[in-house]
Every structure is written in C-alpha cells, then in structure tokens.
Design a protein. Structure first.
Length: 113
C-alpha cells in the first residue's frame, strides 16, 4: 500500500508563493507517475502538474510558467512550487501517485487579498 501525505497549503495574497510537499510511504518502488491535482468549490478535480520517474513533466495551461513540479525519488517526495498565485488558484490540492492509483487527503490553498 502507498500512502500520500500533503503539506504546505495555506493563505497567501495574490502574487505570492507557496510550496506544497507530498510524502509517499509504503510500497513506493512501483510508483511511476506522481502529480498534483486541484478541486475548487463547485468544480471538478483537474490536473495541475505531473512528473514521471525519468523527470518528464506536464502542466495545465493555466499554471505554465508559474508552477514548477519536482521530485526527489530517493526521498519519495514530490513538490509543487507555486509562484505568482492568482485568486483562481484557490482550491484543495491533492497529491496523486500511480501505479497503483493513490490520492492524498488534500491541502487547502487559498489566494485572497
């Protein structure tokens, strides 16, 4: 079993920065892809960014140039550096890993003045 625990969410003003962390534990040797998704109130969960073992990344158009995903395979960690945050980035951010598919419990990010 793989367990994922996110941290680093909080309240930030527009234009500010936050760094999210996700720690994976358990049977992590099988994990190929890790990523971040988010869900805003009344909206569907959407992809933010993913990174695979080899380091290739994929970003949603809405965060390109502002967010950076990175991965420390030795520590079984994945990070999301979020810069130039906007009001519309407010959401619960979830860490995801696969295979097998696992989700973290989510961490709230609120961008507000």
């Amino acid at each position: 079993q793989v367990q994922l625990v996110e941290s680093g969410g909080g309240l930030v003003q527009p234009g500010g920065s936050l760094r999210l962390s996700c720690a994976a534990s358990g049977s992590t040797f099988s994990i190929y892809s890790m990523g971040w998704y988010r869900q805003a109130p009344g909206k569907q969960r959407e992809l933010v960014a993913t990174i695979i073992v080899g380091g290739r990344t994929n970003y949603a158009d809405s965060v390109k140039g502002r967010f950076t995903i990175s991965r420390d395979n030795a520590k079984n960690m994945v990070y999301l550096q979020m810069n130039s945050l906007k009001l519309e980035d407010t959401a619960v951010y979830y860490c995801r890993a696969e295979p097998p598919l696992r989700w973290g419990q989510g961490t709230q990010v609120t961008v507000s003045s």
